[in-house]
Design a protein around this ligand. Structure first.
Ligand code: PGA
Length: 251
């Protein structure tokens, strides 16, 4: 199973800046990207085509969007469909990122609809889940992950799994805070996610990649990706510079 090294550029970078970063990243890793690593960049919508273009010849790289709407087309002002994303060169989409759940107010059900619709349309999906600090301190980790996974995967057919879907475990308290979850916390949560995936998909659940996200940096990436059931990382802040993210990719 290839490790999935994903960069979430959030609401940063103009199209030109994103294109330059993508090109530098590909140049820094072109000859050294190990065969067991796969890289996905998730830039802003306006940067999707330029980034896809910059990565045209970069083996092992692909492009994804940070959000999508679960309809092919229609009167949904401001939204974007899977087909439109694929038209810009996207192979992947993120669903359920905690910033969308907590700042924009997306429900578990909407996340589930986006996940199933995108998979059916031919996109691969990274479904993001994770508990807040209040939920963790109240002993509700298992309950929250189970609810987010169950609802997030509700409409997903078993045969879409495992190649087209990955799950990112991102504890909300570790995102953009510099507070990384410790190895025991990561191992515990990932084991739980694995158990839930196997319960949901049977054998297929063993091969679904589970990514860790939350303050991953060049300094801690190697230790994190070596942990049990960690099949990649989803990186925000430390993915914005080509030099820093290249060191994570190659960690
Ligand atoms: P961070 O963000 O690496 O800046 O903590 C991770 C994410 O939001 O996916």
């Amino acid at each position: 199973m290839k490790k999935l090294m994903a960069a979430n550029w959030k609401m940063y970078k103009t199209a030109g800046e994103a294109r330059t970063t993508a090109a530098s990243l590909a140049a820094l890793t072109a000859d050294t990207l190990p065969g067991d690593r796969e890289v996905v960049l998730f830039p802003q919508f306006t940067a999707l085509s330029p980034v896809a273009d910059a990565l045209r010849h970069a083996a092992g790289y692909s492009v994804g969007a940070q959000d999508v709407y679960p309809a092919a087309e229609g009167a949904f002002t401001g939204e974007i469909s899977p087909g439109m994303l694929m038209d810009c060169g996207c192979a992947w989409v993120l669903t359920g990122h905690s910033e969308r759940r907590h700042i924009i107010g997306e429900s578990d059900e909407l996340v589930g609809a986006k996940t199933a619709f995108s998979l059916n349309a031919g996109l691969k999906v990274v479904l993001c889940i994770g508990e807040t600090i209040e939920e963790r301190e109240a002993g509700r980790l298992g309950e929250v992950l189970e609810r987010q996974l169950e609802t997030g995967l509700a409409g997903v057919k078993g045969d879409a799994v495992p190649a087209a879907i990955a799950v990112a475990y991102e504890p909300v308290w570790a995102i953009g805070t510099g507070k990384v979850a410790g190895p025991p916390e990561i191992v515990e949560a990932h084991a739980l996610v694995r158990q839930l995936l196997v319960a949901r998909f049977g054998e297929g659940g063993v091969a679904v990649r589970i990514l860790y996200g939350g303050s991953v940096k060049p300094e801690n990436a190697r230790e994190i990706i070596a942990l049990d059931n960690v099949d990649g990382v989803l990186v925000g802040g430390a993915s914005l510079q080509a030099d820093s993210f290249s060191r994570i990719i190659l960690a």
